[in-house]
Design a protein. Sequence first.
Length: 95
Amino acid sequence: MKLTRDERLRVYAMLQRLPGGCLVRRAEHSERKFSWPEVSLRGAMRQVRRVLWEYYRGPIPEGKQLRKTCDTKGCCTVGHGYILPESESGAGARA
């Protein structure tokens, strides 16, 4: 997904980097504390982690899921993500 400069600034304005490198939602943007951070882009709500993945790495193929390697709840760091087939996303895989 191509983002304009203003869209990128809006996405990153709602995130903060933790000491371990994870990007998470800033406290003032935590209305829904137990969900993935979302942003309204072009009239649709999108998960921030998916927006950033698609911006830096390209689209997530159909039948695949975006997972993460860290244990930080709500982490949106692209470098902590990986693609996994939906068939392998059951028990033991991190959200």
